[in-house]
Design a protein around this ligand. Structure first.
Ligand code: URA
Ligand code: SF4
Length: 257
């Protein structure tokens, strides 16, 4: 697929995978290894009995907002931790904030966000009921854009180092939200999440819309909504993939946890 968005170019994933795995294996543990005595707080956070990692979503958000672990902190205006209910059944994972997200500190509120909202509406899924996060929490700004001209700056794909540095936050969110269905949006998120579960990602054009079983969850790789901004046919494919999500949600086994 050709695409004007530099995020959709193929990155060098072998180096990324090795670095990410090293960082992840020290942090990530499968959800069932953590007793899930979850208490939802008013802020939407949770408290768990496990104190070895992040203990609630609010703690992750606070750490993300103050994080300086990678150079993206130098050009961000706002970090974008992610948002949604702590007991969301569905979690969407994107790549990283763009201009509008960086301005507002919230995920998928720009043009790609409008496409995501439209797709959610198409299956009558309330955005407030899902958790939305990204692989990296600060906007990857292309090198030739300086921080003073962020508004005209170009987005780029996050590097392997940035992804590895940020990985603990998304893994903490996955563990605490413990969604029944994970929808990865685009290449970067799909590779990242599949790696966590020890799976190798093929091209998104081949695996999008498949319902994969990982641990106690289902995983549906999807195209990134920004791709639909450039290619109308992709939006139709995305609609079909969202229908699969809708059908999965309608299954009785998923309705009661
Ligand atoms: N693209 C992403 O991957 N994430 C966002 O939050 C917005 C655009
Ligand atoms: Fe920290 Fe992630 Fe932001 Fe880098 S992208 S500064 S690791 S929150």
């Amino acid at each position: 697929m050709t695409n004007e968005n530099p995020r959709f170019e193929d990155p060098d994933f072998s180096a990324l995978v090795v670095r990410s795995l090293v960082a992840m294996t020290t942090f990530y543990r499968k959800p069932q290894e953590h007793p899930k005595e979850l208490i939802c707080t008013e802020e939407g956070g949770v408290v768990t009995q496990d104190l070895s990692d992040f203990s609630d979503l609010q703690e992750i958000s606070n750490q993300v907002r103050n994080c300086r672990k990678c150079p993206l902190s130098e050009t961000r205006r706002n970090a974008v931790p992610g948002e949604g209910p702590c007991n969301a059944k569905v979690m969407f994972v994107g790549e990283g904030p763009g201009r509008q997200e960086d301005l507002e500190g919230r995920p998928f509120v720009g043009r790609a966000g409008s496409v995501l909202d439209e797709l959610l509406r198409s299956i009558k899924l309330d955005r407030k009921s899902v958790y939305v996060a990204n692989v990296v929490k600060c906007r990857p700004l292309a090198k030739d854009s300086d921080s003073a001209i962020q508004d005209s700056g170009r987005d780029r794909k996050p590097t392997g180092e940035e992804i590895a540095a940020c990985a603990p936050y998304l893994k903490g969110q996955l563990r605490l939200v413990h969604p029944q269905i994970i929808c990865t949006l685009g290449d970067t998120a799909t590779r990242f999440i599949l790696e966590i579960y020890g799976l190798k990602a093929g091209s998104i054009s081949r695996i999008h819309g498949r319902v994969l079983s990982v641990d106690n969850a289902k995983l549906i790789p999807m195209y990134h909504p920004a791709a639909a901004l450039y290619t109308a046919e992709l939006k139709e494919l995305m609609k079909k993939d969202f229908k699969k999500l809708g059908a999965l949600l309608a299954q009785k086994t998923l309705v009661s946890i």
